[in-house]
Design a protein around this ligand. Sequence first.
Ligand code: ADP
Ligand code: MG
Length: 568
Amino acid sequence: MLNQEHLRSILLKLDGLSYKAYHDIHGSYDFGDFTLIIDHVQADPFATPSKLRVKVPQSVAGFPPSLYQNKIREVALRDYLTRQFYKVAQEVSSDRGTGKSGLIAIASVGQEVLPRSAVGVDDHCVEVRFLVGLPAGGRRIFGRQGAAMLCEDIPHIVERAINYAALNKMAIKQQVETVEDAEMLRQKLREKNLVAFVANGAILPRRSGVDPRPLLNDVVPFQAPKSLEVELNLPNYGLIKGMGIPSGITLIVGGGYHGKSTLLRALELGVYNHVPGDGREFVVTIPSAVKIRAEDGRSVCGVNISPFINQLPQGRSTTNFSTTNGSGSTSQAANIIEALEVGSELLLLDEDTAATNFMIRDRRMQQLISKEKEPITPFLDKVQQLYLDYGVSTILVMGGSGDYFDVADTVIAMDNFQPEDVTAKAKEIAQKYVTERSAEGGINFGKLTLRIPLPESIDPSRGRRAVKLKVRDVDEVSFGSEDIDLAAVEQIVDGGQLRAIAQALVYAKKKYLEQKRTIPEIIDLVIADIESEGLDVLTEFPQGDLAFFRRFEFAAAFNRLRSLKVLE
Ligand code: ADP
Ligand code: MG
């Protein structure tokens, strides 16, 4: 293998040559303390930067096995190292010429700790995947700058970021233990018959709509009402107290601006673990919690929305409902049925993003518009059946209508950002002021139909390219010649998840679509492959920019493909 000095002299010789000559540095180099691998060399200074890896043996990196002894600890450590590399690379890298010249970057991360492909850790080594903008002036290679980046800066970053001796050991321990505790907490919900837990002292509000870090000033920390307080034992933290939300139907009420949506948002993200200092470290929900909202304009393919919607005008089928432009209510119905199709056991809804006519239909409206003329059966009349027939719980923010008092098992009022248990009071009121509605939901929730996608309807190709994918932030992925709009899928938190989902669609088509499998069967198979072989199973070459996703977000992408067709 060539070494660091060889690489330096190659780069110095390339100085002044045309950019294409950078291709010569492709390959592996022995840097003494680690190996540098150049997997892909960019074609010009504006193209996607070059893909590099370092492999640092544990004899040098020195991470104690206790920090990665189980799967969840390993994920937490890898996440910590990704953040560390990100920070040091940002400090060290500088503008070194045209376009992306000088860039050294690793996948950027938010508040969630997810399995990501950027850093791998095992007993032998730590592997880090990152991007480098090889420097140039115009299209002429800046060889000396290149040598400084690869032969000085990178060893410097590795020494500071991928070296246990140089890192904050307390902070690493805290991250690993916190994430392990959160994972355990989530697993313990079931045995206590809870669907969510919010620890006392948790900080729920965020700095802004675009800054997910915790709010700093005038924050009211969370404090459970006594009647809902539960105590759980965590392996590292020990006893923890907080509010347990029991399974069943839970209503979150309260005046406007009193913290209802902030609580729900924390619960939505409680399916993920958070970094220490986030404030929501010990806010967890069961893993299958899915946020449901209205999403008018979305396409829907062959979904049986008949539990909610029947007898549409023009005799349109609702047992096999398709549209290219869903309404508020049909899109919300489809979102629920699709979540159930892939196994959600907890729906989260907020009046702020729900279709009113999907949520409620009061006595007066029942009188004016007869049941025969209203295709929608409101969620109010189905939410109990959903729990009784399928064991699916609901947490619902509803400050504007008391009709849900009749069906709620638990009612939590937010008052100045503090929760209060008002269940008894709400039940009393429900008895005193009877709604006089007639129930419209029938006896059962209704059947769920599993769909089988047609392989030819999923096509990642564009022009001569067999696979063409491009991800824009966390909202949109261009897949072949169409754009999948995922802006309303609020539990996608990381661009890496979207990249992985796009790759997973390609992978699913290649491996599992031909055999007439249902959508949940296909997703099970893909996720089992990722769990056993890692995210690398999705791509031809190792990528550093993928993050793990849940089955629900994968299904969401499937379902929003406008080209999707299913077996009739
Ligand atoms: P609601 O849904 O009840 O109308 P929101 O959850 O949207 O209220 O909260 C309103 C505002 O209060 C938001 O700006 C939010 O960041 C802030 N907020 C929420 N919870 C807290 C808290 N515990 N401490 C301080 N501010 C909070
Ligand atoms: Mg709100």
